[in-house]
Design a protein around this ligand. Structure first.
Ligand SMILES: Cc1ncc(COP(=O)(O)O)c(C=O)c1O
Length: 402
């Protein structure tokens, strides 16, 4: 019986060599490798703009700050997500308004209109597990409910409505009408954290919807990533070029070259990575769709296809205690599993901040019987069979099924 970890990073010799190249080059922070990764991502996703950052969280803070969001403003997010989605806004002093989710754990578009107020400055849905939100539907609701929006920054004047930001931490490689890259949100922010489909150890990328963004906006956002400083460390080291200015109150969010080195090589093999993730997802689907106690997750909804980041299985009618007991047995048998996510209103900080789970019944129900299974390219078909058999045995034992 193999021990199966939950989500180990995919590291090969090319990645090691690319990192060594950075370490030995005399330049380890933002420089040529970040530039190359940005260009490679633009080509891969077929997008016009890409700014690499040191995490999704700091990328989101940069975007919200650039848009002029702060105390007194509201940012709408789903209740079912990782805490960073909320904290990026709360750390700028904004108020987070949570919306319940649908059966796919995505922000419920039908409940969005009621959450929009004259104070709403951004909507940040989450592409949970890699399944993209339908941002066209989100935009239609935002357009129909933002008559009272008042622009209070130059960036807000460009839109005259709340900004639509995709929390695409999970969805690098998801497809919209068969095409890579999310072209429907105003801004899409990816995470390249160690457990993500494509990793730079820690990192992320901000990509713009090309119909809305221009060079000056790219420059402004880059300033916000670098303490508002007009020259980065690399251009300052060129002789005679030491003078710089600080032109706004920026954050510090730039990606170092050592991290970009990992991403450059990961991206080269990303099509294969994605293909294998899809095969693993399909193998799970073939097994769990035949189990009447299981609700397998969707990978395609309308014109949108997942990046196969997480496999969020639901065990029908299991209570939270039964789900936990199933997980304990599965882990004891060598298979690492996880839960994505504990809805934010169940976590101490958010409870103490006034959020209550009773307002988010779907988020609560989805969480109670959810188990995330290992899904990554290094898994063999035999590993996946082992995961399926281990889950089935534990479910039957705990739920007393034949
Ligand atoms: C949905 C979601 N949003 C945001 C983040 C934060 O990403 P990062 O760790 O790159 O800041 C995560 C990380 O796990 C996430 O799952």
């Amino acid at each position: 019986m193999n021990k199966i970890p939950f989500s180990p990073p995919l590291i090969n010799e090319d990645i090691e060599n690319q990192v060594l190249d950075s370490l030995r080059s005399g330049w380890i922070t933002s420089g040529p490798k970040v530039q190359r990764l940005e260009n490679d991502i633009k080509k891969y996703l077929n997008v016009e703009n890409c700014i690499c950052v040191n995490s999704w969280t700091s990328g989101a803070m940069v975007v919200l700050k650039w848009f002029g969001i702060g105390p007194g403003d509201e940012v709408i997010i789903p209740a079912y997500t990782y805490a960073a989605t909320a904290l990026a806004a709360m750390n700028l002093g904004a108020t987070v308004v949570m919306v319940d989710v649908d059966d796919n754990c995505l922000m419920d578009v039908n409940k969005l209109a009621a959450a929009i107020t004259p104070k709403t400055k951004a909507i940040m849905p989450v592409d949970i597990a890699g399944l993209p939100v339908n941002y066209q539907k989100i935009k239609a609701v935002v357009d129909a409910n933002s008559q009272e929006f008042t622009a209070s920054s130059k960036a807000q004047q460009l839109f005259n409505r709340p900004l639509i930001i995709a929390d695409a931490a999970h969805s690098f490689g998801a497809k919209n009408n068969g095409k890579l890259g999310n072209h429907d949100a105003d801004i899409t922010i990816y995470s390249f954290h160690a457990v993500k489909n494509l990793t730079t150890a820690e990192g992320g990328a901000i990509c713009f919807n090309e119909s809305l963004f221009s060079e000056p906006i790219d420059r402004q956002i880059r300033l916000h990533c670098l303490n508002g400083q007009t020259k980065d460390a690399m251009s300052k080291t060129n002789s005679g070029n030491w003078k710089y200015d600080i032109v706004l109150q920026g954050l510090k969010a730039n990606m170092p070259d050592i991290c970009a080195a990992i991403g450059i090589e990961q991206l080269k093999i990303y099509n294969k990575t994605l293909e294998r993730r899809k095969e693993v997802f399909q193998q799970y689907f073939d097994f769990f769709s035949k189990c009447d106690w299981a609700t397998p997750p969707a990978s395609v909804v309308d014109h949108l296809e997942s990046s196969y980041h997480l496999y969020m299985l639901r065990i029908k009618n299991a209570t939270e205690e039964e789900r936990d007991a199933i997980m304990t047995k599965v882990i004891a048998n060598g298979v690492s599993v996880n839960v994505h996510f504990t809805p934010l209103p169940l976590l101490t900080f958010f409870k103490e901040s006034g959020y209550s789970i009773e307002h988010y019944p779907n988020a609560h129900a989805n969480f109670l019987n959810e188990i995330s299974l290992p899904i990554y390219p290094q898994l063999t078909d035999e590993d996946v069979d082992q995961v399926c058999a281990t889950i089935a045995a534990a479910v039957k034992e705990v739920l007393n099924l034949d």
